[in-house]
Design a protein around this ligand. Structure first.
Ligand code: KG4
Ligand code: ZN
Length: 406
């Protein structure tokens, strides 16, 4: 990897993000990673309002850019290129980032590279930081500033890679035989898994954003079988223990079991819409129980486990067919601790020679560092004439809400 300095911009949804990344043979180094989250603004609507998101991006951008350049101690002339998420995403939101990127590219006379949002999520895996557990908002607010990053050589992750992409808009199994080569071998036929988490949180009225709320609630679930030797991650042992214990039955009158959609289908596709509907029907059957915190936690626990069971089983099955050297997780839902752990456990049991890689927790949600990481690999592969052509990127790059990864 040659020495390059990339400024990147991400505004596809409700985070305004700017990062500056240095790539070198030692790895990818984040010089600054500014993320301004709009969670509070959209919370009262229960979801992202595209035009409000765009207005916030417009307002936040100049401030974030100033902060980014100051923190990285970089002047624009030092940059090699600018990269921006050009899709997929909400078109009003994308338009703001893309137009800011085009303006900077024109003003500073820098090549402009358009990046696919999911490609960015996958490439977050190539950035290693020590700041596990630091929240993006805290980083943006400078409450907690990372002072050291652990670089990993960019050759550290071996191909072929099988990426399980789990976000608010996507659920895909992506096979990569080499850098920037994507073959989608399976995907959701309806809702994305993150979207299902968000909808379940809304049905249960447990907070926004939904994914972390459901995960927290599931974690609080008090298993009524404390005197049993069970592995709460093992569905069969859980159901057997509950079924065999009268005391547990009393405590857990609903013995919730949600479907594992498409688990036994031969393909690698997913479906999460029916699972969300199963949660809705359950709550309609027992409206009187909705005040019972442990009942809500039980729903969250069983819903989350149903999602994880399908995601893990399909990933293992796909890996058995395609024999990747590495399996990695990508996207906002990869912040889910249970998913991270259970997928890791399944890989070490079923595929002991396959390496498992996770994105740093503070880069699982939307950020611009991941966009710069993908751009670093694109830049590396570009010929001199392609780099020269990218100087005209400000004339040609357009946002595309349905951009395909290629
Ligand atoms: O990648 P991302 O930040 O935005 C998109 O590209 O969509 O993903 C956001 C999704 C949301 O649906 C959010 O609820 C979900 O990721 N999410 C989680 C967790 N943290 C975020 N889902 C489950 N467990 C979590 N801990
Ligand atoms: Zn995302």
């Amino acid at each position: 990897m040659s020495n390059t300095l990339i400024l990147s911009i991400e505004t596809s949804c409700d985070e305004t993000a700017i990062a500056i990344l240095r790539s070198s043979k030692n790895g990818l180094e984040i010089l600054t990673n500014q993320v301004s989250s709009q969670v509070k603004l959209h919370a009262k609507w229960g979801g992202v309002v595209p035009n409000l998101a765009a207005r916030e991006h417009l307002k936040n951008f100049p401030k974030l850019l100033k902060m980014a350049l100051e923190e990285a101690q970089i002047t624009p002339s030092q940059l090699d290129s600018i990269s921006v998420t050009s899709g997929p995403g909400l078109i009003p939101a994308l338009l703001v980032g893309v137009n800011y990127a085009k303006t900077l590219s024109y003003l500073w006379e820098k090549p402009l590279i358009g990046i696919h949002h999911i490609e960015g999520h996958i490439y977050a895996n190539f950035i290693e930081t020590q700041e596990l557990g630091v929240r993006n908002e805290d980083l943006a607010n400078k409450k907690q500033k990372p002072n050291s990053y652990n670089l990993i050589p960019t050759t550290y992750i071996e191909f072929p890679i099988l990426a399980l992409v789990v976000s608010g808009g996507h659920t895909q199994l992506v096979l990569m035989k080499d850098h920037l080569q994507y073959e989608i071998i399976g995907q959701t036929v309806d809702d994305a898994v993150g979207e299902a988490f968000d909808k379940v949180a809304r049905i249960l009225n447990i907070g926004y954003p939904g994914g972390p709320a459901v995960a927290r609630c599931a974690q609080n679930f008090q298993f009524p079988i404390s005197n049993f030797q069970t592995n709460p991650n093992d569905e069969i042992s859980k159901q057997n223990s509950i079924a065999n214990n009268t005391e547990a039955k009393k405590l857990m009158p609903n013995k919730l079991i949600f479907p594992r959609p498409m688990l036994h289908k031969k393909n690698f596709n997913f479906s999460f819409s029916g699972l969300k509907t199963a949660v809705l029907y359950e709550t309609k059957k027992h409206p009187e129980l909705l005040k019972d915190k442990n009942y809500i936690s039980e729903i969250c626990y069983e819903f989350q486990q149903a999602c994880i069971d399908v995601l893990v089983a399909k990933t293992i099955k796909a890996a058995e067919q395609y024999n990747p050297k590495t399996i990695l997780l990508a996207g906002g839902v990869s912040a889910n601790t249970e998913l991270r752990e259970q997928l890791g456990k399944a890989i070490s049991e079923s595929l002991p020679t396959t390496t498992y890689h996770l994105p740093p927790i503070n880069l699982t949600g939307d950020n611009a560092a991941m966009i710069a990481a993908a751009a670093a690999f694109r830049w590396e592969k570009m010929s001199d004439s392609q780099k020269k052509k990218a100087l005209d990127g400000w004339k040609t790059i357009q946002p595309d809400a349905n951009l395909k990864m290629k």
